[in-house]
Ligand binder design. Structure first.
Ligand code: ATP
Length: 317
């Protein structure tokens, strides 16, 4: 790892507020990043730039390299090659400046302490922490402050980890599968809390297996497979970029065989009285369809589901 990385001169030392953080310096900048464990290339050449204020989901199957990438960004693991810059600094500098809060997988919680005691203890360790009351309110910890940390449910423990991650009032929040163990309602509350915290220009990067969650919460989705970025864009861009769109119409009145000759068509299928055309460019296909097949009727254009797009992306290699 480039521990000799230069401090970006645009970033003043200390703890910049969202308003003063220079937007020209990305929150996270990964260049040619690699990390292997024996023969396993956990991170295999990642280039990624995340700007200040972005809310980004990292999506990928088990073993894709999400956690390793998070550990590289937080400086817990050193890369074999490549560079990590966090607000223009090394991960260690950024963490020491209180710019980074992380909620990593199964982070240990001090046993024998209650939630309230642990919060007060951690509060004392930071130089510019949020008030404990704000952390309790933001993370929704008020109902179990007197509970010992080893007696918490999975979802409660995750909320406590979230509270501890925001305690230092970080500008960048890294969340590794934060909603594991939460039921639907708690998950919903969690994302609302996270959104409130992210307001005002903070940057959030979260890893998840939940496609719907990535699509609903994030502005941008980065799909990782076998240690590399295989797609990067909004949910809609990823869906249309992978499989295009589906155009369907009533099956009578058109010759399905001829439809495959239309521009950008990748597949034609007949199902339940309708013809389905899979297209890489639905506008081009639609123009050809309307021009060459005036008898076509009841035409619908649909985007593919994120699930389908994700499977296509992560089973290619
Ligand atoms: N400390 C380690 N020692 C050995 N191998 C590791 C270590 N950490 C990760 N790996 C391996 O690196 C690869 C990527 O793992 P990583 O945990 O980063 O993936 P992930 O996308 O976070 O997976 P999951 O969704 O299951 O948490 C896997 O093959 C994993 O077994």
């Amino acid at each position: 790892m480039a521990l000799d990385q230069e401090l970006d001169p645009a970033v003043a030392p200390g703890h910049p507020s969202p308003a003063t953080t220079p937007t020209a310096t990305p929150a996270i900048h990964l260049t040619g990043l690699t990390k292997s464990y024996g023969a396993v290339r956990a991170v295999d050449g990642i280039d990624l730039r995340i700007d200040v204020g972005e809310l980004v989901a990292v999506l990928g199957p088990n073993g894709a390299g999400k956690s390793t990438m998070n550990e590289l960004i937080t400086g817990l693991v050193q890369p074999d090659s490549g560079r990590v810059a966090v607000f223009g600094r090394t991960p260690r500098q950024a963490v020491e400046a209180g710019l980074v809060g992380a909620m990593l997988q199964a982070g240990a919680l001090l046993h024998e302490a209650t939630v309230g005691e642990l919060l007060r203890l951690m509060h004392g360790l930071h130089s510019h922490p949020l008030p404990v009351g704000t952390v309790i309110e933001t993370a929704g910890l008020g109902d179990f402050l007197r509970t010992r940390t080893d007696k918490l449910s999975g979802g409660q423990a995750q909320r406590l980890r979230f509270g501890l991650a925001i305690m230092a009032d970080p500008q960048l929040l890294i969340l590794d599968e934060p909603t594991v163990g939460m039921d639907v309602e708690v998950r919903h509350e969690f994302w609302n809390s996270m959104r409130r915290f992210a307001e005002g220009g903070r940057t959030v990067l979260f890893a998840t297996h939940y496609l719907e969650e990535a699509d609903q919460i994030a502005d941008r989705i980065v799909v990782i497979n076998s240690g590399t970025v295989v797609a990067d864009g909004t949910g809609a861009q990823i869906k249309s970029g992978v499989l295009g769109r589906t155009i369907s119409m009533a099956a009578d009145g058109v010759d399905a065989e001829l439809l495959s000759r239309l521009p950008a068509v990748s597949d034609v299928e007949q199902r339940a009285g309708r013809i389905l055309i899979r297209s890489r460019d639905s506008d081009a296909t639609l123009r050809g369809l309307v021009g060459d097949f005036p008898a076509a009727y009841d035409i619908e254009v649909n985007a593919v589901g994120l699930e389908e797009a994700f499977l296509e992306l992560t089973t290619r290699r």
